[in-house]
Design a protein around this ligand. Structure first.
Ligand code: DX5
Ligand code: ZN
Length: 219
């Protein structure tokens, strides 16, 4: 069985957008290294967030942090190079839109970033099965993407269990990340099911100490 270290990846979507550098600084001061960057195009999701320029500016201020970049875009293949150059360490693309997925995963790898794939709450997890040997991380959405502050969709839990089972059966080492509506009250169940990478926006910035305690990351 592959054991990945548990990571908390706070989403700066939940930070003060007039001062995103302070949002990243709070992550660093909590002793964490992963930063979750939610990139939205107003098409795949009904919202806009921020782009590669912001990622690049934050990379300049925080050279040592791990930038976990979640592309919620209809045409992610057009932006891989841009986000890699801006400083993304891991680039996650969704499987739902119609674009050249295989070539996109290959491009992320060739450019030297880690490769992630994501699925929405309504997308069956079996649709990812054929990709598992090619990815470093699977991101299970536990809300319909587009906005922070929504409630956790428990359909994510069975997907996490299935991905953990397949990881064992296939002898693979991909991370299982869960994103959306995570709180100090529900994070333990995600970890128990086999998730090792937890995204939290609202809860990290409002209740981060309790969240970290619930994850066993602090006393
Ligand atoms: C949703 C984003 C999430 C979001 C999580 O579209 O992908 O990363 O920021 O925010 P909370 O933790 O507030 O649900
Ligand atoms: Zn996200």
């Amino acid at each position: 069985m592959v054991e990945n270290s548990v990571q908390l990846a706070p989403s700066i979507l939940g930070a003060d957008h007039s001062n995103l550098a302070e949002g990243v600084l709070r992550i660093k001061q909590a002793g964490l290294s992963w930063v979750h960057l939610d990139i939205m195009d107003g098409h795949f999701v009904p919202n806009l967030s921020f782009g590669a320029g912001v990622v690049k500016a934050l990379r300049g201020k925080f050279p040592g942090m791990f930038f976990d970049t979640h592309l919620m875009l209809d045409n992610p293949h057009l932006y891989i190079d841009m986000f890699r150059k801006a400083g993304a360490d891991l680039i996650t693309v969704h499987i739902e839109p119609d674009y050249p997925l295989d070539g996109t995963l290959e491009e992320i790898r060739v450019l030297g970033a880690q490769v992630g794939v994501s699925l929405n709450p309504k997308t069956p997890v079996a649709e990812l099965y054929g990709l598992l040997g090619r990815v470093d991380l699977v991101l299970v959405m536990s809300v319909q993407p587009g906005f922070g502050g929504q409630s956790f969709d428990a359909s994510a839990l069975d997907k996490i269990s299935t991905l953990a089972k397949w990881r064992d059966e296939l002898g693979l080492g991909y991370r299982i990340e869960v994103d959306g509506g995570i709180t100090a009250a529900n994070v333990r169940e995600c970890l128990d099911r086999g998730a090792d990478t937890i995204v939290a926006g609202t809860e990290f910035y409002k209740n981060g100490a309790a969240l970290m305690r619930a994850m066993g990351l602090s006393d």
